[in-house]
Design a protein around this ligand. Sequence first.
Ligand code: NAD
Length: 252
Amino acid sequence: MDVFDQAASLINNSEKLVVFTGAGISTESGISDFRSPGGLWEKYDPSEFMFDKFLASEETRKRYWEMNQSLWPTIVEAQPNTAHIAIAELDQMGKLDCVITQNIDGLHQRAGAPDEKVIELHGTTLWVLCLNCAKRYPRQEIHDRVEAGNKAPYCDDCGGILKPATISFGQAMPERETREAENRSAKCDVFLVIGSSLVVYPAAQMPVLAKRGGAKLIILNMTPTPHDDYADLIIREKAGETMVQIMERLKV
Ligand code: NAD
């Protein structure tokens, strides 16, 4: 049996499959990850955008929005790839308990995964939030304002600071989503990681909870992760092509 057969067999025997995704699942859709060569952290220094700095300084907010503005057209143009589509198909086959994602690009839902089965641990960049009154704005609306010269926008209703509805370093994790992800991870029987370096916590704790709960752990990632030692199956290949191989074996 090759690794694709082994993954298909584990998924086939699963009754509660949790898929956990990171930036690596979306690189084949044209969205860079953070840590690979050419990734975002080669262009920007993450420490510059810690949440406390964002709150404290309008200059930092202007820089943050400038970075975000440059990424938005890529997000708008990106299409779900075969890995996102495979996960939606796993749901149609009745296999998927949920997908826990660190991604903020909305590609799982656009591929057809139902909203209620996608747990966005780090928020979404498709919306902008007022940090004071929690009013939500469609991202494009605020993008246009910033492009028009409003370089660090404020809320129309209360004057609060606006920020994309994503979780920055140093910002509190969303409570409901984190609890839900922890519960689902602890109760699944197969936990499939796709495209995550598994170094960002508390997200990277999820495979640990799954293993403790008795699940089989599959890690599909191009590079090694700190959790490889206790994985049941490691596939160091590209996510999109690999998921096609696995799905072919599941459908026969
Ligand atoms: P990461 O950048 O730390 O790691 C991505 C991993 O994916 C790397 O280990 C890399 O080897 C692997 N990879 C890259 N392309 C791959 C492919 N085609 N197939 C298989 N593996 C591939 O990303 P992370 O661990 O997800 O976490 C960093 C944070 O970055 C997260 O909080 C996430 O929200 C955020 N992020 C999100 C997006 C997005 O929404 N698309 C993009 C960049 C960063």
